[in-house]
Design a protein around this ligand. Structure first.
Ligand code: FAD
Length: 445
């Protein structure tokens, strides 16, 4: 196990819970990262929140519930060190990390070695790399040689993702620029939202005035990735810059006005199910509240529900849909698995969830079983399916868990009533399917 963060600690725990010995290599405190402050395992580098604990109405709450059911160490320690935070599960970060560290260090089947692994030796037959967004440079170089020059991204430019069913299609319309038909499309692949001159000017004003997250000192030296400038920085370069960039209206005709709009915001399908669309070119460092307020100024997005908001910080992740198989093996070298944020999931809980699955897969293999994954109707299974195939490899960006990743339930009522019952119904199905899967699987919870 390389990396003792959220994912690595959970994976090591899961392996040991199934009576398999494991060595966990964590480089801190011998070598540290730009964000970690302690030598504790599972240190939370930023907020202390595991986000909503509402399993019925929030997909991350559902993920909490599923992980608890599978004996997650991260959830057990999070629950034990909870601090008041409304419906969210927030934790005392020091108490939490100390509890995870103690559980790992005291487990007789886990040996913790404080060392950096730059190159996993060839004779290690089962390895999980869970070195996170701040993977050490030497290991990142090794991963890059295995995966190809373009596979590791040293930036984190994420554009917001919107639930398809919250977009007002009486305003927006489907069309590809110049009706271009691609290999997988039909000439109407994008959702387009039109802005007239006044709407565009008001939008630019809001972007310029919007409250931005400041760069940390060490982030300021990280260059922006080519073609990934935050939109507010583009807007600051000139009021027309966005109209010649991601908001250009050429090749698109609004079917209602039968004219070209002054500017157009495009959304591109983000998952195989077609339930999520990302706003093209809208990577941003605007604060979350500001993003919601300002992006809802866009015609058609007035009631947009965001599966993920945009952000920009240095990050290391691999193109999992292209590089990993369904059980998280690196296709090019199957002795290696990846887990955690480096696989392109986003967030503490999601990272730990992928660690949990990677740990279970190895434990199953060591017991001579074929590892099975939870069904894609569960939050765990849906997240795994997204990073190992459901997401488009060409546009792959880090992803939070959200209900849009779960297959829909066509039998549910539509409209306002349907929307209020949709999430609880998906959650109920997920937990029931998890139980059925657990009853059938040979590896215990
Ligand atoms: C600045 C910043 C702020 C963030 N804020 C949030 C937030 O508020 N909320 C949220 O949910 N997520 C946040 N994230 C994302 C967060 O990092 C992940 O959600 C989570 O920590 C990922 O878990 P992980 O186990 O994959 O990686 P990590 O928790 O980072 O663990 C990786 C571990 O691997 C070790 N390591 C690295 N290279 C090596 C090596 N070569 N050999 C041995 N050990 C190595 C590191 O020391 C580290 O302990 C933030 C990320 C960054 C960079």
């Amino acid at each position: 196990m390389i990396g003792g963060g959220l994912a690595g600690s959970e994976a090591a725990w899961q392996i040991a819970q199934h009576a398999i010995p494991v060595v966990l290599h964590e480089m801190r405190p011998v070598r540290t990262t730009d964000a970690h402050k302690t030598d504790g395992l599972a240190e939370l580098v930023c907020s202390n929140s595991f986000r909503s604990d509402d399993r019925e109405n929030n997909a991350v709450g559902l993920l909490h519930a599923e992980m608890r059911r599978l004996g997650s160490l991260i959830m057990r320690c999070g629950d034990a060190h909870q601090v008041p935070a409304g419906g969210a599960l927030a934790v005392d970060r020091d108490g939490f990390a100390a509890a995870v560290t103690a559980a790992i260090e005291e487990n007789p089947l886990i040996e913790v070695r404080r060392e950096e692994i730059a190159l996993p030796p060839e004779d290690w037959d089962k390895v999980i790399i869970a070195t996170g967004p701040l993977t050490s440079a030497a290991l990142a170089d090794f991963v890059r040689t295995l995966t190809g020059e373009d596979a590791l991204a040293f930036f984190d430019a994420i554009a917001p993702i919107v639930h398809r069913d919250s977009i007002d299609m009486s305003v927006a319309w489907f069309q590809s620029r110049y009706d271009k038909v691609g290999p997988a499309g039909d000439g109407a692949d994008y959702i387009n939202c039109p802005l007239d001159r006044a709407q565009y000017e008001a939008f630019i004003d809001a972007l310029l005035a919007g409250d931005k997250t400041e760069f940390k000192e060490w982030e300021a030296t990280t260059p922006y990735f080519d073609g990934c400038l935050p939109i507010e920085i583009m807007a600051a370069r000139g009021r027309e810059t966005l109209r010649f960039g991601p908001m250009k209206p050429v090749g698109l005709i609004d079917p209602r006005s039968r004219r070209r709009a002054h500017a157009v915001v495009q959304l591109r399908q983000d998952n195989a199910l077609g339930s999520l669309f990302n706003i093209v070119g809208f990577q941003t460092k605007l604060k979350y509240g500001e993003q919601t307020r300002i992006f809802r100024m866009i015609p058609g997005l007035e009631k947009a529900e965001f599966a993920r908001l945009g952000g920009l910080h240095r990050n290391t992740f691999i193109n999992s849909p292209r590089l990993l198989d369904a059980r998280l093996h690196l296709k090019a070298r199957p002795a290696l698995r990846f887990a955690g944020q480096i696989t392109g999931v986003e967030g503490y809980v999601e990272s730990a969830a992928i660690g949990l699955l990677a740990g279970r897969f190895i434990a199953a293999e060591r017991h001579g079983q074929v590892p099975d994954a939870p069904p894609s109707t569960t939050a765990l299974g849906a997240l795994l399916a997204h990073i190992t195939g459901g997401a488009d490899a060409k546009t792959f960006q880090p992803m939070n868990i959200n209900f849009g990743l779960l297959p829909p339930m066509p039998e549910l009522a539509g409209g306002r009533k349907g929307r209020s019952t949709r999430k609880p119904a998906l959650a109920t199905r997920a937990l029931a399917d998890l139980e059925r899967w657990l009853a059938a699987t040979r590896l215990a919870a």
